[in-house]
Design a protein around this ligand. Structure first.
Ligand SMILES: [Cu+2]
Length: 140
C-alpha cells in the first residue's frame, strides 16, 4: 500500500511540475476549461497565450463514485494517472471503443493509461458502475 502512495505522489509531482512550468498563465485552481463545446478547438485565433497547450500528463481521482475532474484535457500520448480513493473497485473505460481502459482499480490503488495519439473528445465511464461518466479531451 505504501508503495502505491509513493508512486502516486511521484507522478502527481511530475504533473504539478509540468503544470507549473507549462501553463502558468491562467493560475486557476486546476479546473479544466473543457466544458464549453468549441466546434474546432485547433487553430483558434482567440486562444490566449501559453495556457492553450495542455499538460503532457494528467491525473484523475475517483471518489464518491465520481471522476474528478469531470473533464480533463491532455496532450496526445499523455500519461494519465488514475487514483481510486473510494472503498470499492472502479475502472476507467473509454466509451464506444478501445481507446483506453485501465482494468479494475482496487480501493486505494493507482493505475495509469496512455491518452490516445489522435486529438479529439473521449468520453469514458466505469464499466462496474456505468452511471459514472466523465470525458478526456486530447489536444495538441
Ligand atoms: Cu465504478
Amino acid at each position: 500500500m505504501r508503495h502505491f502512495v509513493r508512486t502516486a505522489l511521484a507522478v502527481a509531482g511530475v504533473a504539478l511540475f509540468v503544470t507549473a512550468t507549462g501553463g502558468c498563465a491562467g493560475g486557476g485552481g486546476g479546473t479544466a476549461p473543457a466544458t464549453s463545446r468549441a466546434p474546432s478547438p485547433a487553430n483558434s485565433p482567440s486562444a490566449p497565450g501559453p495556457s492553450a497547450t495542455p499538460p503532457a500528463a494528467g491525473r484523475i481521482t475517483i471518489k464518491d463514485y465520481a471522476f474528478k475532474p469531470a473533464a480533463l484535457v491532455v496532450r496526445p500520448g499523455a500519461a494519465v494517472t488514475v487514483v481510486n480513493q473510494d472503498s470499492v473497485t472502479h475502472d476507467v473505460t473509454a466509451t464506444g471503443g478501445r481507446a483506453f481502459a485501465t482494468g479494475s482499480i482496487k480501493p486505494g490503488a493507482t493505475a495509469t493509461f496512455t491518452a490516445p495519439a489522435k486529438p479529439g473528445g473521449y468520453p469514458y465511464f466505469c464499466s462496474i458502475h456505468p452511471y459514472m461518466k466523465a470525458a478526456l479531451t486530447v489536444r495538441p
